[in-house]
Ligand binder design. Structure first.
Ligand SMILES: NC(=O)c1ccc[n+]([C@@H]2O[C@H](COP(=O)([O-])OP(=O)(O)OC[C@H]3O[C@@H](n4cnc5c(N)ncnc54)[C@H](OP(=O)(O)O)[C@@H]3O)[C@@H](O)[C@H]2O)c1
Length: 323
């Protein structure tokens, strides 16, 4: 089969199109014929060597995919040949989805409804699973809360705006442009994340403090997040390749009293991946959620697709069409 691999860590130029043996699924695995994969920032962090993939190099990266079950391991009884499936969380603990086939752990697969295309399924997987887990599992988002989504136009952000709005929250999202796009997702207000007065503008937009922040760019925004956070509020940090700085002195004066800064990893939360995707799939099928596809590339153009994801101003998702 064709697979995009890297034999050494580095920039996107290390990605090569290789012919490799089609994997054999283990007892708890399912061999999936991949029709679409999506590109996420984590794919680039692993490629750069920020974290070493299990199994070492050469490595096939890629966390998200959608496709059709080709063969089923002896213990993976819940799936049958021909099932449409989608998944996230691949490409770190085993080979990933930038390939024609993947032997995926059965526990990370969820059914992909007929109404949802493979491109949409692959594009939605990590974005919606992360946003759902961040807001619901980690952020304890409740009906009537005010929710700030930092980076509301991005892959995770555009999913988070939709999930928070459907959960009954008042949603304020940040974006550097295209306010209309973010509003169309269900945001009650959209604010530019740039400038020193972002906190004032966020508070003004929603008429007060916020209960839950989903933070995609913590190093840039944590000060603003703490500023706008209501007492007892939660900031869910999704991670970034830069440290965050918090002055604990502000808690003594009451300025950040009872602030809760929480972290999460969708990659390392395998137990939650299928249950969340089982809820996301039908909501994509009935139009409750929509996934925005910014660009689609052929599998062989994975390097270009990764450069695209790292460029500024992306809206929604970048996908790889495999076949
Ligand atoms: N912990 C986890 O489990 C997990 C899972 C998935 C992703 N992540 C992380 O979450 C982050 C976002 O992922 P993604 O897939 O959504 O990436 P993405 O689609 O590439 O996000 C791009 C968006 O980021 C926005 N942005 C850039 N600088 C910003 C800033 N200073 N403040 C607010 N927004 C800013 C841009 O907004 P404009 O276009 O409006 O400028 C753009 O729309 C990445 O760091 C990723 O690694 C973590």
């Amino acid at each position: 089969m064709k697979a995009i691999r890297y034999h050494e860590h580095g920039d996107a130029d290390v990605l090569t199109v290789d012919d490799v043996p089609t994997p054999e699924p283990g007892p708890d695995e399912v061999l999936v014929r991949i029709h679409a994969a999506s590109v996420n920032p984590i794919d680039t962090y692993v490629r750069e060597g920020g974290v070493e993939p299990a199994g070492g190099l050469p490595h096939v990266g890629g966390a998200d995919m959608a496709g059709v079950v080709e063969t089923v391991g002896d213990d993976a009884e819940e799936f049958a040949v021909g099932d449409r499936v989608f998944a996230t969380g691949l490409g770190l603990f085993e080979a990933g989805s930038y390939a024609e086939y993947v032997a995926a752990p059965a526990e990370s697969l969820a059914p992909l409804p007929d109404e949802v295309s493979f491109v949409e399924g692959a594009a939605a997987a990590m974005a919606f699973a992360t946003a759902w887990r961040g807001l619901v599992h980690r952020g304890d988002l409740a009906v009537g809360d005010t929710c700030l989504v930092q980076g509301g136009a991005g892959g995770v952000g555009h999913a988070a705006v939709q999930i928070a709005a459907h959960a009954g929250a008042t949603v304020v999202a940040t974006a550097s442009g295209d306010e209309e796009f973010v509003r169309s997702l269900g945001a009650d207000a959209v604010v530019d994340y740039g400038g020193d007065d972002a906190a004032d503008r966020i508070r003004e937009a929603v008429g007060g403090d916020v209960d839950v922040v989903l933070e995609t760019h913590a190093a840039a925004n944590v000060e603003t997040d703490l500023d706008v956070l209501a007492r007892g509020g939660r900031i869910v940090v999704l991670g970034e390749e830069a440290p965050i700085r918090i002055d604990p002195g502000a808690s003594m004066t009451g300025k950040i009293a009872d602030a809760d800064v929480r972290f999460m990893s969708i990659m390392a939360s395998r137990d939650d991946q299928r249950p969340i995707l089982e809820r996301v799939g039908p909501r994509l099928a009935d139009g409750t959620f929509e996934v925005e596809i910014e660009a689609a590339y052929p599998l062989e153009a994975a390097a270009e697709a990764q450069r695209h994801v790292l460029s500024s101003g992306s809206h929604g998702k970048v996908v790889l069409e495999v076949a």
